[in-house]
Design a protein around this ligand. Structure first.
Ligand SMILES: *Cc1c(COP(=O)(O)O)cnc(C)c1O
Length: 372
């Protein structure tokens, strides 16, 4: 079938035709037309979190992880001490890159089926006063857990500790208000809930700390302070910008605003999530998380208990019916994931459920019920 399958993954995700078509032109990086696109994108991004007064936003080339790494290297002093609240795979990645950046790193482990506890974070800060920064993953895309950003931000503000938030899979969909939350850095990317294409990240830096970040990064390419200063002065990116990605993001943001911004996007994803859960439930599938801690971004399901089940074959069968699923990322048990984000709505989610039903039939599996 000569048609793109629908991506039910946490990025890259299905984009609109308008967003794809925006990439069919060439742009000079120094040209005033492209400089205007970059400026408009930056302004719009700040508006999403109401951060015009409190924060600046610094775009960076690369996938989302590049920007998380850049945020740690730019914000944390070389003798700083980072506490990573760990309830999943993306937390572990943040801890690893913090170590590789040469910053001291302590991991506070939590169960991957539960949110991070702000009380436990506070207890750790009390116990070890050398901790200078906390890293929190807002939505842990590994299992799909929503972590308590407001509570952790309140603890960090009260304790005078910096906060770096990986809001990669939540930005644009879940509410984040910089007027109410204090954070030093918040990281997201083009190819997630804004429904652009992958290729750039962006980091909101608190204005009050920007100057103190000069010279902290041991990396030239990942120095967000340098990128910020250069961009403010020239309107240009320091090094070759991902021009097509930037114009596609500008186009995607236009559609985001026309749809009604973050509240509208959350409403559509929540509807996608409910349609998915209901339909999968009818086939016997059980989600891994309790609904109360589940973000409507990506859902982890237990694998069916049927002996005929095998993820690779299930993936191929669902793909044959037009949908791309995602493997599970849990350490303990066999699961798979289904994303609710991207330029898709209830129709596509109903079709996705139908595709899973057909995939089970193809494999001779009667029910999605797990073995437990
Ligand atoms: C997608 C994502 C990232 C970035 O992953 P890349 O593969 O580098 O784009 C980081 N953190 C979270 C929570 C994510 O969902």
């Amino acid at each position: 079938m000569d048609r793109d399958p629908i991506l039910l993954t946490p990025g890259p995700l299905t984009t609109t035709l308008r967003t794809k078509l925006a990439m069919l032109r060439d742009w000079g990086s120094w040209d005033s037309d492209f400089i205007a696109v970059t400026a408009k994108v930056r302004q719009s991004l700040l508006k999403v979190i109401h951060g015009e007064d409190s924060h600046v936003v610094v775009p960076l080339q690369g996938s989302g992880t590049f920007s998380v790494e850049a945020a740690v290297a730019t914000v944390v002093p070389r003798d700083g001490h980072v506490l990573v609240a760990d309830n999943g795979a993306y937390c572990k990645r943040a801890a690893r890159l913090t170590n590789l950046m040469g910053r001291r790193c302590t991991v506070l482990p939590f169960d991957e089926s539960a949110p991070v506890s702000a009380e436990a974070v506070e207890a750790k800060l009390v116990e070890d006063s050398s901790i200078s920064h906390v890293v929190l993953i807002h939505c842990e895309t590994g299992a799909g857990v929503l972590n308590p950003l407001a509570e952790v931000a309140e603890v960090c503000a009260r304790r005078g500790v910096g906060l770096i938030v990986d809001a990669m899979s939540s930005f644009g969909a879940l509410p984040i208000d910089a007027r109410e939350l204090r954070f030093d850095a918040l990281v997201a990317a083009s190819g997630k809930c804004l429904e652009g294409v992958p290729g750039m990240g962006f980091v909101f830096l608190r204005k009050a700390i920007v100057e103190s970040c000069a010279g902290r990064s041991q990396s030239l390419a990942m120095d967000l302070h340098d990128q910020h200063v250069y961009m403010e002065k020239t309107g240009q990116w320091r090094f070759t910008p991902p021009t097509h990605v930037v114009v596609a993001l500008a186009e995607a943001i236009d559609q985001f605003e026309a749809e009604g911004g973050q509240p509208a996007r959350l409403a559509r994803y929540t509807d996608n999530y409910r349609t998915l859960i209901d339909g999968m439930g009818r086939m016997g599938f059980i989600p891994f998380l309790e609904p109360a801690i589940q973000a409507p971004i990506i859902v982890t399901f237990h694998a069916p208990g049927d002996p005929c089940y095998e993820f690779r074959a299930f993936y191929e069968a669902a793909k044959k019916h037009g949908f791309i699923l995602y493997p599970g990322k849990l350490t303990q048990m066999e699961t798979f994931r289904v994303g609710c984000i991207g330029a898709i709505g209830r129709n596509e989610m109903e079709q996705a459920v139908h595709a899973v039903e057909l995939a089970l039939q193809d494999m001779g599996i009667a029910s999605g019920e797990p073995a437990i």
